[in-house]
Design a protein around this ligand. Structure first.
Ligand code: HXC
Length: 513
């Protein structure tokens, strides 16, 4: 065969594989409003940067009942490319080929690209659209999943791992995403469950649709399995590209800085009402601080009493952990504790400084919370802050009561800089509750108990519900004018740029520097 013919032959072989599971299967995919696996990769990466590997891999032809089937690429596409110029590794399962099910060679391909990503120290993005373990391949398919889960775990905290759910993902197809850093879902397209509606009906007699069981909204609002919700695949890819631009390539790198810019002009002190019981949206405070007022929220729809996400200060990525007074007065409860702790650990793993904006009445009391384990969930926040060694700046905007004061990035858990606004109230509890307890006798024995109660509340407020008791002990570094907030954060981050701290050697948590 001449050279030209060989190249033609190569192209024809590739064209055949590019057709995936064939016209009918592709039409079915399109009818569901989904892109094909190959289209997804092209849409995600920078133009003309995708380099594919293992395109000619064939499935293990000893499979039960599948010997005669052609499974192009064994149902998964792997390769590398760039996003906004940054190298990334990527794989996309092809639902048109045996439902994107994971066979032995399919798993070998994913494992290979995961190894590349780990060795090259670059982020990996997995696009999942799969019926889970390929039933015909039995234990070989299970072995394949085991290999992937192991690699997810070893890569955790070393390279960012992003999972995109773009189809019905069952069984093993959801456990790998659960081991990664961020899960993206698209309304009406993504489904995640360990076992689908059919199995649930057979085993438990319960009836539920796939959407209600494991749709994008369910995992974004209720289970907390998903971190980013969107309404189309295109929007989802735009989210991923934005997130990649904010993250470092690995745990030894820093996020690439961009040209610094200022937030949009606004009077930050007007955002937070003076009355401590009045709600406001803490995201307005974040936007008044970050470059371009651009904030990328993570887990926006889950545990909304806590706001976490990324922004930039002076061109450099920072992570925000903030109480949200708009929802449940910003309390810490089981879900918001999990959300904050996970995010703090991510930032700490990837050299992203943490900015805490604090305004909360404390941990949420109640039978439901106690029985749901608010003690162990809440403890995760204490652990995550204490363990983290990245630069940490805390701003107390208003309330900092009780356990909430300690938990939300206090000096005692080793925040590097703690600043408070003049209206901050730092105390064991709010004035009303405190006065009722410590002045119980004075109030009950007074001629006018209601008047006495008012007086005692004011007395307590004057004495304790301010930032100056904490400032007198050096627990906060400065009481600042709200309008200087960004400047204080900027300077603190500059000073903490070369921060190193040592920790005792141990098997879990961070190794010593
Ligand atoms: C082999 C599979 C498959 C699988 C789907 N297909 N799942 N083939 N193994 N696990 C095939 C179908 O036979 C079909 O092939 C094609 O993919 C499309 O599937 P449909 O059922 O027609 O599509 P749809 O109606 O959209 O339903 C998608 C689905 C459903 C919800 C994913 O297929 C399903 O429930 N599959 C099984 C899910 C599951 O229980 N997986 C095993 C999990 S156990 P044809 O040739 O007809 O086009 C597991 C173990 C690991 O993963 C656990 C680790 C902890």
């Amino acid at each position: 065969m001449s050279e030209d013919k060989k190249v033609l032959d190569l192209k024809q072989r590739m064209e055949k594989i590019y057709r995936g599971g064939g016209t009918k299967a592709v039409e079915k995919q399109k009818a569901m409003g989904k892109l094909t696996a190959r289209e997804r990769i092209i849409a995600l990466l920078d133009k003309d940067t995708f380099q594919e590997y293992d395109i000619f891999v064939k499935h293990d032809n000893t499979d039960f009942g599948m010997q005669d089937k052609e499974l192009p690429g064994d149902g998964v596409i792997i390769g590398t490319g760039t996003i906004l110029g940054q190298p990334v590794a990527v794989y996309a399962q092809d639902f048109t080929v045996a439902g994107g099910s994971l066979g032995f060679m399919h798993a070998r391909k994913i494992s290979k690209i995961m190894d590349y990503a780990l060795n090259m120290h670059i982020p990996i993005i997995g696009i999942n659209d799969s019926g889970g373990a390929r039933i015909q391949e039995g234990v070989n398919a299970l072995a394949g999943y085991g290999e992937i889960f192991y690699r997810n775990t070893i890569s955790s905290g070393v390279i960012p791992q992003l999972s995109v759910i773009l189809g019905p993902c069952a069984g093993g197809a959801v456990y790998s995403p659960a081991l990664t850093d961020f899960v993206f879902v698209v309304d009406q397209i993504s489904k995640m469950f360990i076992t689908g509606p059919e199995v649930i009906k057979t085993v438990l007699g319960e009836e539920i649709s796939a959407e209600e069981l494991g749709g994008a909204r369910v995992h974004s609002e209720v289970s907390g399995n998903a971190h980013f919700f969107s309404t189309s695949e295109e929007e989802c890819f735009a989210q991923i590209r934005r997130l990649i631009s904010l993250l470092p390539a690995n745990n030894e790198a820093r996020p690439l800085p961009v040209v610094p810019s200022k937030p949009k002009k606004c009077d930050i002190s007007k955002i937070v009402p003076a009355d401590p019981s009045e709600p406001y949206d803490v995201r307005d405070v974040i936007r008044a601080i970050v470059d371009d007022s651009a904030f990328m929220e993570v887990m926006e729809l889950f545990a909304a009493n806590m706001v976490v996400g990324f922004g930039r200060i002076n061109g450099q990525t920072v992570g925000f952990v903030c109480n949200q007074p708009l929802v449940l007065a910003g309390v810490l409860d089981c879900d918001s504790s999990d959300k904050a702790a996970r995010f703090i650990r991510f930032c700490d793993s990837f050299n992203i400084p943490i900015i805490t904006l604090e305004d909360l009445p404390g941990y949420l009391p109640g039978i439901d919370q106690e029985h749901a384990g608010v003690i162990r969930h809440g403890a995760k926040v204490l652990y995550a802050y204490s363990e983290s060694t990245v630069p940490k700046v805390t701003i107390i905007l208003r309330k900092a009561y009780g356990g909430g004061y300690i938990a939300m990035g206090s000096r005692h858990l080793r925040s590097d800089f703690v600043f408070a606004w003049p209206q901050a109230e730092i105390a064991v509890m709010g004035a009303e509750g405190a006065a009722n307890i410590i002045f119980k006798k004075d109030i009950s024995e007074a001629e006018n108990p209601a008047e006495m109660r008012k007086l005692k509340i004011q007395e307590y407020r004057d004495k304790f519900a301010n930032p100056y008791v904490a400032a007198a002990k050096g627990y906060i570094d400065a009481v600042i004018d709200p309008k200087d907030t960004r400047e204080f954060i900027e300077r603190s981050l500059e000073i903490a740029k070369n921060k190193t701290v040592s920790r005792p050697n141990k098997k879990h948590g961070l190794p010593p520097f």
